[in-house]
Design a protein around this ligand. Structure first.
Ligand SMILES: [Zn+2]
Length: 255
């Protein structure tokens, strides 16, 4: 059986470890090596692959260090500079992790960075800094249009897909979401649930795409209440969902 667990790294990053019952594993976005190596040693796991979603140092800075633990293939986006990369990934490619019995499809999801990829398979989505629980990544290298398109590509996946994102930003994201949509009951419930998890120091992921669609303001630009509140923030009418999305993103950046 496939299981996924987080290794907290740096300030608020998660390195996701995908493992099975036979002691094999792959890691996603090792921004830091030491906690990853420690976690693999503690569980006596054999590392078979490293996967990287985008070039930011907090997602690939530990690749070299992890390679000292085990010399394994490094998969990363073709369009970005990923140190130690052995396999360059593009839209539609499939990463076959035979020892884990896993196939992960590659989705190009630009917006946060120009070449950002997400990986999906077996009901698992590794969304890096594109889709967060309750939010989305900042637009460092892309446009609102690109990010919206990337997010809608992800939300076309099955609703019960488990979402594993790169950071523990969920509570801050949901507190902001609540300002955008104060009357969304599903959101109020999620804020409480996530608050309880964080109070116990627990990880707030995975979420599901269904949960995200109901509560993540960046997936809800077409919802009337989101548009109205974004218009109030902007002080003008917003004629298209992408204008709503861009306004909510700017609002979050400023808050
Ligand atoms: Zn990033």
């Amino acid at each position: 059986m496939t299981t996924v667990f987080p290794v907290p790294a740096l300030n608020d990053n998660y390195v996701w470890v995908i493992t099975d019952d036979h002691g094999h594993c792959a890691v996603v976005d090792p921004g830091e090596a030491a906690p990853v190596v420690e976690a693999l040693r503690a569980r006596n796991l054999t590392l078979d692959a490293i996967l990287v979603t985008h070039h930011h140092p907090d997602h690939q800075g530990g690749v070299g260090g992890v390679l000292k633990y085990a010399e394994v293939p490094v998969y990363g986006p073709a369009a970005e500079s990923i140190r130690h990369r052995t396999h360059a990934l593009r839209e539609g490619d499939v990463v076959r992790l035979d020892t884990l019995g896993l196939e992960l499809g590659v989705l190009e999801t630009p917006g946060h960075t120009a070449g950002h990829i997400s990986l999906y398979g077996h009901g698992l989505l590794f969304s890096g800094d594109t889709l967060f629980a309750g939010g989305c990544g900042r637009l460092f290298e892309g446009t609102p249009e690109q990010m919206m398109q990337s997010l809608s590509k992800l939300t076309e996946l099955p609703a019960d897909t488990n979402v594993y994102a790169g950071h523990e930003y969920t509570l801050a994201n949901l507190r902001f979401a609540h300002r955008v949509e104060p009357d969304n009951d599903a959101l109020s419930e999620r804020v409480e649930a996530v608050q309880a998890l964080r109070a116990r120091g627990e990880c707030t992921m995975p979420s599901t795409l269904e949960e995200e669609l109901r509560t993540n303001p960046f997936l809800r630009s077409g919802v009337d209440a989101v548009r109205r509140n974004a218009e109030q923030y902007a002080g003008k009418r917003l004629s298209s969902p992408v204008d709503v999305f861009a306004t909510v993103r700017a609002w979050k950046d400023a808050s």
